[in-house]
Design a protein around this ligand. Sequence first.
Ligand code: AHR
Length: 516
Amino acid sequence: MKHYLMAAIAAVMLPVAAQAQMKVNVTVDTEITDGQIIPKEIYGQFAEHLGSCIYGGLWVGPESEIPNIDGYRTDVLEALKTLKVPVMRWPGGCFADEYHWTDGIGPREDRPRMVNSNWGGTVEDNSFGTHEFLNLCEMIGCEPYISGNVGSGTVSELAKWVEYMTAVDGPMAKLRAQNGRKEPWKVKYLGVGNESWGCGGNMLPEYYSHLYRQYQTYCRDFDGNKLYKIGSGATDYDYNWTEVLMKNIGSLMHGVSLHYYTVKGWEGSKGSATEFTDKEYYNTLGKAVEVEPVIVKHIAIMDQYDPQNKVDLLLDEWGTWFDVEPGTNPGHLMQQNTMRDAMVAALSLNIFHKYTERLKMANIAQIANVLQSMVLTQGDKMVLTPTYHTFRMYNVHQDATYLPVSCDSKKFTDSNNRQCPYVDATASRNAEGKVHITLTNTSLKEDAEVTIDLSAAALNGKAAITGEILTSADIHDCNTFDKPQTVKPAAFDGFKVKNGKLIVKLPAKSIVALAL
Ligand code: AHR
């Protein structure tokens, strides 16, 4: 509550000053014909057995009084369909390297219970397993991304899981049919371990490379299913991990992962998700945009070992990481989500769009109730977070042609000497020729007048342009179970066409999506 009080005092003490306004020029290359496609998988999600991401967040079971379809929460299902989730990674995270898939099949009442020792020691009943996950993917129309257990599993266990999910015939297919699913699922993405340098086995990259070679050998392509195999990649600034993997197993991986969190530091407090100073706000954005040089350096190493660009980079965990909400289990990583998170999401997606020649997937952590989530649930209540709204407004860029953008916004420098633009933009053209431009004004105080230079063809008169805005009176605003609609998108018409240019009045702390 501290910041509300301080804002109230400041409002009383200070004379009302006219809102400052910066002028920014943006150029969008709408004429490009051979541009890079922004893979829809950049908008990927991650669902781990962690806190109430799965149990309570996605799954309540068919017997629950909470409205559900076959055990999946109806409200969350609807929200995810609207979001157009392209791919979902499961069952972890760290959880994946302790998960034994055979515990999660067969009649639910017979499944063994297990201790989730990575995340708070919570006892889980395995009622959400392979069938429940893959059926969910089918229901919301997304690709499953299975994260396999290398840390505490066996080669045969992972090989049999692949067979169970994808083979038409044979012992595993028979077992699957006995458990109610005759047809195999299509499973494309297979992660061979997770964070193998840490919770996934504390391995050295050379040792992991050997294990990867062995594990991937026995993960077969059954009956037309084609696996896309992913090496467990580096965290943040560990360029050596990427280098060793590219050198040793580059020819055996379709993709290699990378994890990057917007976190103050791993030791001590990570700061509150909702109570932060202006300085902390800008530091968070500074850390978020530092993902760009990190991506660039990992790509440079990959370019060296794979000049033909055969191995993809997948940022399969990213997002904000703050202290858990007071009073909640520290192992459950439950955090609120404010307009600051929406800003992090927008700036990050803008960066990802630029590197899709190599960066083919990104999975925000996580889909429900954990870290920078899309939805928060409590009993039968659900709220959409500001990050959800950003993802929904941005999903027009999925599978669209990236249009290069230049923007001359002034920048701020955070306490760690990182620079970040106040105004940022990204653009794409979809298959129907529609141009989408998303603009972000990260400034807490200054509105911006943005002059956008694009071709006359794209600028088809104001009548053809529509807009949507996500903003809020206070950057700390979030959606709670009592007030679920505090931060939500609204129609936006703060733009005009003048002298062949599009002029947009971009309020402070706002995200605007324009469709031309
Ligand atoms: O997303 C939470 C955890 O962060 C994941 O389980 C792990 O892979 C990472 O360290």
